[in-house]
Design a protein. Structure first.
Length: 364
């Protein structure tokens, strides 16, 4: 099944977010993969040659046995073990944009050039055999060097990261320390900026990988074009509890505003878990927090293109699926088994939004 949403910029430029899932969980892995690939081909044919994938992520139930079977892609392809909670073996999120061309770079990243902007996507950066601190520090250090080779840096170019942590309850503290060390070294501070991010449970096909990272960066942005969104009435600064990421980041182009909302849970403006143990109330408070971030960015729920939902306890799937289906009937979402970084949080979500605007900057 495909859930998709089309977002249109000022002047008609289009983007599409699609989430493809399997409905029959009794099918074999080969049949489920065949079904998702068929739906993906249908999507691309339906959207036409002007619409191209710029990023995709596969969610697997058993990456060690499934990852090697996935098809190659003409864009950055992320693969993570985060089982879909409808009890099927895989699901796929695809982000498509109109009138773009993707190119594989010598460093293994994928690039999309539009006008003076260079959009860089990297998927699956990992350091097999290293612990969480060393892996995280080295991955961010390598990302800094890679961006410098394009004339940028983490500080002025990196918009969004996703950190997938094996055994997040044990390893997340090392990830936090590694990221904090790298950010301090490269000038990302409370006084400058951090990066929108999700840090969540997720496994690589290689069991020796403690952490893997996906990232999205943009070269060519002018001062003021990228803005940090915080909603302080509802959410506290992440630095107050020792972590370094932005609640959300927006980018204004001449024809559209992109908004990247980080992994957001049921938290208050003092950094405390709200409604501990109550999945319904936590879901509602999470929506309140995300709504506040959307509002600060002058966006609303209609501008949201996709939602990824992470649950700690699969027993909560029925309740959460019913709530999301009722609240967001027209927005693609998928619910995944992925423990959140603090045990008291039962649920977390992230999303991306796009709103048509007119600004002084060059079009996307």
């Amino acid at each position: 099944m495909i859930r998709k949403k089309e977002l249109t910029a000022r002047g008609g430029g289009r983007e599409v977010h699609a989430i493809i899932t399997v409905e029959n969980r009794d099918l074999s892995l080969a049949r489920q993969l065949e079904e998702v690939e068929s739906q993906m081909r249908n999507l691309l044919e339906e959207e036409g040659k002007r619409m191209q994938p710029v990023f995709m992520r596969w969610f697997l139930s058993d990456s060690a046995n499934q990852a090697s079977l996935l098809p190659e892609a003409g864009c950055a392809r992320s693969v993570v073990e985060q089982p879909p909670l409808n009890l099927t073996k895989l699901a796929l999120w695809i982000w498509l944009a109109e009138d773009v061309e993707m190119a594989l770079q010598p460093d293994g990243s994928h690039a999309m050039r539009r006008g003076s902007y260079l959009h860089l996507f990297e998927a699956g950066s990992s350091r097999p055999g290293l612990g969480p601190y060393a892996s995280t520090y080295d991955i961010f250090s390598s990302a800094e060097l890679r961006l410098r080779s394009y004339g940028g840096s983490l500080l002025d170019s990196c918009v969004r990261t996703w950190l997938f942590v094996q055994n997040v309850d044990v390893n997340y503290s090392g990830v936090v320390e590694g990221r904090n060390s790298a950010f301090e070294e490269f000038g990302l501070t409370q006084q400058t900026r951090f990066i929108a991010s999700t840090g969540i449970g997720g496994r690589h096909a290689d069991k020796s990988v403690a952490i893997q990272m996906d990232s999205y960066s943009v070269r060519g942005l002018k001062e003021g074009q990228m803005r940090q969104i915080s909603a302080p009435q509802y959410l506290n600064p992440t630095s107050e509890y020792g972590v370094s990421f932005e609640r959300a980041t927006s980018i204004d182009y001449g024809d559209r505003r992109h908004l990247f909302i980080s992994g957001t849970a049921s938290i208050d403006n003092r950094g405390q878990v709200v409604w501990e143990g109550d999945i319904r109330r936590q879901t509602e408070r999470m929506w309140t927090n995300v709504g506040a971030l959307l509002l600060e960015a002058e966006c609303d729920w209609e501008d949201v293109g996709q939602i990824l939902v992470y649950l700690r306890d699969p027993a909560d799937y029925g309740v959460v699926n019913a709530m999301f289906t009722q609240r967001f009937p027209d927005t693609p979402f998928v619910i995944l088994l992925a423990p959140v970084c603090r045990p008291g949080w039962l649920i977390e979500m992230e999303c991306m939004a796009m709103r048509p605007i007119e600004s002084e900057y060059e079009n996307f």
